[in-house]
Design a protein around this ligand. Structure first.
Ligand code: FAD
Length: 398
């Protein structure tokens, strides 16, 4: 296939969002079905795997073209796309960059086309910020790895067919070594997924129990015992995904999908509905939020360290939620499920006010992002790590 110029490609992307997408998801009842339909349309139009090899349905175009796509799609991507944040945003690029030919052949096309949903099994009850403290174990038994342990906060596991799993394969090595990254089939007898209900009332994430779950021997991403390297590579994608990339979604759609700052346009509309648009303090807040939203857009184009984008999104998300709270609920923190008779979608705003707190945690907490920036960008001394050389087996654990 001949390579289009960036301007031809820009026209292609515009045509997709102006002509192919509008109306294509109308009448599809479930959010998951709409999400899958959107991804399939995007992939089949040649826009779902822009920089991936053609062998896996990609276009083999440079990052310049990805930037063009980001510019032209900004504000138009359906919120339902957040279902693919882990698969398309994190697992697929990690498999592309570190996976074997077998894994690429098996997983890239269906993952990028939205035929298969993925989750990320990193965190454990005793290993969150200290991810290298994970204790789920994987032992090789003939042609299979046998996995036993527990994961927690696993977003979307209840909808997923596959997981990127971190497990310990050598308990005698220090904690950052002896970890391996696997592809785990979620739908099997050895895996139990239990949804956890959050304060929003939704069960976005889960506890996952693995009791002799099975993985084919060759479904290792990277090398055995070298999983920390691939884990960090995936985390870089996660910080982009949970940071500035998350602002590409529709600015008009009112959806509970995705954890993104409330778009400023919606807050301006809320201020008008409440008759507060002339209040100077409200106007100041809206102007400041508008500036923040613009900065997030610029950060996305500048290619800054992903932790900066993630921290910025958290700050913006909480500030937008605070303004929404003051406008939507001036007298009390309580709300009715449906207050549409008063012209305010209080359920929608209440959901985002509660949900935005999770932005500071998922993908690494604010404190961890600051530690990362301090050490990697500012060259400050590393956090003390007296346990870095001790065999994992000998470390004190919870
Ligand atoms: C909405 C949401 C979705 C998530 N989805 C997933 C998922 O799909 N898959 C997955 O694997 N995990 C997921 N997580 C888990 C997330 O990655 C962890 O919550 C996060 O890494 C923090 O770990 P923890 O909850 O164990 O907190 P802890 O690590 O126990 O931290 C507690 C507090 O101590 C602070 N702290 C800890 N260590 C340090 C330090 N060294 N320096 C300074 N402060 C420190 C933290 O910042 C935090 O404030 C999700 C979490 C949320 C909230």
């Amino acid at each position: 296939m001949t390579q289009p110029s960036t301007e031809e490609f820009r026209a292609e992307v515009r045509q997709f969002f102006d002509e192919t997408l509008p109306g294509a998801l109308d009448g599809i009842p479930s959010s998951m079905q709409r999400a899958k339909k959107w991804r399939t349309l995007l992939f089949d139009a040649g826009l779902g795997a822009i920089s991936y090899p053609t062998a896996f349905g990609g276009r083999e175009l440079s990052t310049e073209y990805e930037k063009v796509y980001a510019e032209e799609s900004r504000g138009s991507v359906p919120r339902e796309d957040s279902v693919f944040g882990i698969g398309v945003g994190m697992a697929m690029p990690t498999i592309r960059d570190h996976g074997s030919e077998e894994l690429k052949e098996r997983f890239l096309r269906p993952g990028l086309r939205g035929d298969e949903i993925w989750c990320q099994m990193y965190s454990e009850p005793g290993a969150g910020s200290d991810l290298a403290g994970l204790a789920t174990k994987a032992d090789l038994d003939g042609d299979e790895w046998i996995v036993t342990g527990q994961k927690v906060w696993t977003s979307g596991a209840q909808h997923s067919q596959y997981a990127i799993l971190l497990a310990r394969t050598d308990f005698d090595a220090p904690k950052h070594r002896g970890v391996t990254m696997f592809v785990l089939p979620v739908e099997q007898p050895g895996v139990t997924v239990r949804p956890l209900v959050q304060m929003t009332g939704e069960a976005e994430f889960n506890e996952v129990f693995m009791d002799e779950a099975r993985i084919p021997r060759s479904w290792v991403v990277g090398e055995v015992n070298d999983g920390w390297r691939t884990a960090v590579a995936l985390l870089a994608h996660e910080r982009v995904q949970t940071g500035v990339a998350s602002v590409g979604g529709s600015s008009t759609q009112r959806s509970k999908a995705g954890r993104v700052p409330i778009p400023v346009d919606q807050l301006i509309e809320l201020a008008r509905t409440r008759g507060r648009e002339h209040d100077p303090v409200v106007r100041q807040e809206l102007a400041s939020l508008y500036t923040g939203q613009k900065i997030m857009g610029y950060l996305g184009k500048m290619g800054v360290h992903p932790s900066i984008g993630k921290l910025w999104r958290t700050i913006q998300g909480r500030a937008a939620a605070d303004t929404a709270a003051r406008l939507a609920f001036p007298a009390s923190p309580a709300w009715e499920d449906d207050d549409s008779a008063r012209g305010v979608d209080e359920d929608y705003f209440a959901y985002h006010i509660l949900n935005c707190r999770g932005m500071s945690l998922g993908g690494g907490t604010d404190e961890i992002q600051k530690n990362t920036l301090g050490e990697r960008l500012l060259g400050l001394p590393r956090e003390p790590g007296p346990d870095r050389a001790t065999p994992f087996r000998d470390l004190p654990r919870n």
